[in-house]
Each structure stands twice: as C-alpha cells, then as structure tokens.
Design a protein around this ligand. Structure first.
Ligand code: 5GP
Length: 196
C-alpha cells in the first residue's frame, strides 16, 4: 500500500534492526486519513469471507481494526492486556510481547465472540506471530472461526510470516519490510504477493 509505505519512509523511525517506531502516525499520534485508507484496503481484501467480527489486541491494533470493521459493517472487539475486575467470564491466553520481551495475558469477555462467528484478526505489526497465535487460541476457545488476518506492517524475516503461511488461512500485509537498519533505512519486499 503506497500511502502507508510513503508515510513509514517519511515519519517512521528505525530504532534498531528489529524495531520500527510508528508513533507519529499509527500507534500514538494517529493519521486519520491513512487509517481510513488502511481500513478500506483490508475490508476490500476480506469482503467476501463472510466476516462477522473484527478482533484485535490493545492498543496498536485498535484503530486499524476499527476502520476495517467500519467498512465491513461488523463489530470490532479488542482483547485487553489485563483482566478487568468487571469481566465475568473472561477467555484468556498468555502471549509473548515482541517489543517488551515479557509475557502478558490477553483476555476477552466470553460473550463478545460467539460460536459460529467468522473472525478477522487485524494488527499493526506482524513480527514473531505470537499475538496471532494467542488470538487464534482465544477464538478457538470461543468455538468461533479465525478466517483471515491483516497486518499493517510486517518484518518479513521474523518468524510470523512463515507461521501464518503454514496455517494456511488468508492474510494480507500492507507494507512488507525486507530489511531495515538505523544506518541504511528500510528496504521493501516488492516481489511477495500482499495477499497470501
Ligand atoms: P508478534 O506477536 O507478531 O511477535 O508481534 C506483534 C506485536 O508486537 C504487535 O501487536 C506490535 O504491537 C508489536 N510489535 C512488533 N514489532 C514491532 C515494531 O517493530 N514496532 C512496534 N512499534 N511494535 C511492534
């Protein structure tokens, strides 16, 4: 997606060879025009899959998941990273955080995802695929079906891409980074299909 790649090139900060900061437009300060386009793009890719819910994890995934859900005209649910005392029947799963290098628990209220739901997972980054695996387990625990996933940005050399490919569900990446470093900047994957 050209607009996203252009914004990453202009405003993203490569903190290290494995961490890209996108606080200027995606997960702290938000560019609403860009996020609207992202939602349109994901919704267009998954429109024919009979999606009934969009699911993400707080907080970086919430806005792209919201704009996608808006275009698909379905509800969006975000998994919380701490279990609120108000939750009556939480479904939980442990996930390893790429950026913080610690484990955390994601949870959703059981009745937010129902048996028979066809779920689309949307997230800001695909790195090691741990968030995806946690979401897949939660969706399964709710007797629903994870039918597809969409990621704004992937770092293609990290294991997430292969995990998704092996699982065989459709997924779409809007900006696939082949390599990055603070010195050389970002190089893109142009040859991989964006929708798998
Ligand atoms: P994974 O579960 O695929 O290992 O990592 C995905 C999660 O880690 C995303 O939800 C995102 O919040 C975070 N993440 C992974 N890589 C990066 C990165 O390079 N920059 C930022 N800002 N977050 C990242």
């Amino acid at each position: 997606m050209d607009l996203l790649k252009k914004t990453i090139e202009e405003e993203g900060v490569v903190l290290s060879p494995s961490v890209l900061k996108v606080d200027g437009f995606l997960n702290h300060k938000i560019d609403p025009i860009l996020l609207d386009e992202i939602g349109k793009e994901f919704a267009g890719a998954f429109r024919n899959l009979g999606i009934t819910k969009v699911l993400t994890i707080e907080s970086g995934g919430i806005v792209p998941a919201f704009t996608t859900a808006l275009y698909l005209n379905v509800p969006v649910v975000f998994a919380k990273k701490a279990e609120p005392s108000t939750m009556r029947n939480p479904k939980t799963c442990r996930v390893h955080s790429f950026t913080k290098n610690t484990d955390y628990t994601i949870c959703i209220e059981q009745n937010t995802i129902h048996e028979g739901d066809r779920v689309l997972f949307i997230d800001d980054f695909l790195a090691n695929g741990q968030a995806y695996l946690g979401i897949k387990k939660l969706v399964g625990d709710c007797h629903a079906r994870l039918v597809a996933s969409g990621f704004c940005i992937e770092k293609a050399w990290q294991p997430g891409h292969s995990i998704l490919k092996q699982d065989g569900f459709p997924f779409k990446v809007l900006a696939s980074i082949r390599h990055m470093s603070p010195e050389e900047g970002i190089s893109w994957n142009y040859d991989t299909a964006e929708t798998e």
